[in-house]
Design a protein around this ligand. Structure first.
Ligand code: DX5
Ligand code: ZN
Length: 220
């Protein structure tokens, strides 16, 4: 298991002051920026694209930007995000025509690659590609919105993926996304996650540093 990463999801940041609010979450202890891309097609919401990511880089954000693509089709937008300054690009297998090809495209573009599992997406999508991935992302809500409640069945899924990753012997990160709070992050870490996305739990408070340090303490 790798050193824990806390990735504030800027879906819950103040979009009118995005650079400032993102920097504030990083200064408060956030390790990565989690960047949710929604297209009003694969998911019922519309957020931000490569131009916004590039603007964050130009503003001075240097920490890793973890792009979570909730878009269909996937491939067409991958090079644009890589050029804009993405560090890691994750996508949903159901949204890609050719999962192995998309993973290859992401890696060829110089980014790390992740595969995302919705609550009802079976883990056998990992069967032939696990070794090519840098990250597996387990959704603990249905994608589309921040502020939803953690679906507890995600814990068993984390345990299963933890075993698969350990058996592979590779340095693959296991990320959780949706409904993560300072109160449940301890059991999520115990189930095997090492990378934690949190949106409303961080941006919904006035003191980001206090929540983030509570989270870090609970991860252990
Ligand atoms: C949901 C997004 C999440 C979202 C999480 O589709 O993928 O990253 O921002 O928000 P919270 O932490 O509020 O559940
Ligand atoms: Zn996300």
């Amino acid at each position: 298991k790798q050193s824990p990463v806390i990735a504030p999801s800027i879906l819950s940041a103040d979009f009118a002051r995005l650079g400032e609010d993102t920097s504030k979450a990083l200064a408060a202890g956030g390790d990565w920026v989690h960047f949710d891309v929604m297209d009003n097609h694969y998911v019922p919401n519309l957020t931000m694209g490569p131009m916004v990511l590039k603007a964050l880089r130009d503003y001075g954000v240097t920490k890793p930007i973890d792009v979570h693509l909730m878009v269909k089709p996937v491939d067409r937008i991958v090079p644009d995000f890589a050029k804009a300054g993405a560090s890691l690009i994750s996508f949903h297998p159901e949204a890609s025509e050719h999962v192995d090809r998309t993973i290859g495209m992401i890696k060829d573009s110089g980014c790390q690659a992740g595969l995302v599992f919705n609550p009802a997406t079976p883990l056998n999508w990992l069967d032939h590609v696990l070794d090519k991935l840098d990250l597996v992302l387990i959704m603990s809500v249905n994608p589309g919105f921040g502020g939803q409640k953690f679906i507890p069945e995600a814990l068993e899924k984390l345990r299963r993926v933890r075993r698969l990753i350990d058996e592979s012997g590779r340095a693959i990160r296991l990320e959780i996304d949706g409904g993560v709070t300072a109160d449940n992050i301890g059991e999520i870490a115990a189930a095997g996650a090492d990378t934690f996305v949190a949106g409303s739990a961080i941006f919904g408070t006035h003191d980001y540093a206090t929540v983030i340090s509570k989270m870090r303490a609970a991860i252990g």
